[in-house]
Design a protein around this ligand. Sequence first.
Ligand SMILES: [Zn+2]
Length: 247
Amino acid sequence: MTASDERIGRTARLELSNQRLTEFEALVLEASPEGIVLDRSAFYPGGGGQPPDHGALVFDGVMCRIVGARKGDDLYLLPAEGDPIPGPGTRVRGVVDQGRRFELMRTHSALHVLSGVVFRDFGALVTGGNMDPLSARLDFNLETVPEGFRDDLERLCNQEVLADRAIEVFSLPRQEAMEIPDIIRTATNLLPPEIEVVRIVDIVGLDTQADGGTHVASTAQIGELTVTKVENKGKGFRRVRISLPRL
Ligand SMILES: [Zn+2]
């Protein structure tokens, strides 16, 4: 859930300002079976708990499937074993697996609804989390679990889904961002000092966070979520698991 740059090494990131972009043209700068570097990419590279996108690079009538990403000095897209690799200088068409990406966007947005509701109604903060397409968990520093917590939480989250709140993404200078009370709550210790512009994901009226992930445009797109489990992992350490319907 941290904010991140619009560029990784030599690769311009297209997915942060256009979250629905799933096809793009790019030039291969470097390539080996260990990773392919493009001049621009709409593949979400992973981060903030959101896994990397999958998809393909299409060139010269063949296809190289992309099964992950690795971040170093550059952004390396990971090719499927045995697939043809486009050489440096090749123009490729990048195609992001839309189904997987949209499921991850819905899941990531659902986690923001969950953390917003738990903070607003139960006063607890997030201490960790993880997500896969359509299932995820968040950990909270919640001292005691009130009776009926699981059912109440599910109902309160789905009220926010039904309310169809807009989910807006924008950037602010660090100083300005840090004046938003919610940002101080979530990002004070997460934002590296060198980040000067902070990307904000705002579920209008519910939850505002510094965030580098991709999100759906409004909460109704998440779909009705299920709180599948509330686990007690020790003193003040609760793990909440959710799942989303396949649409
Ligand atoms: Zn997030």
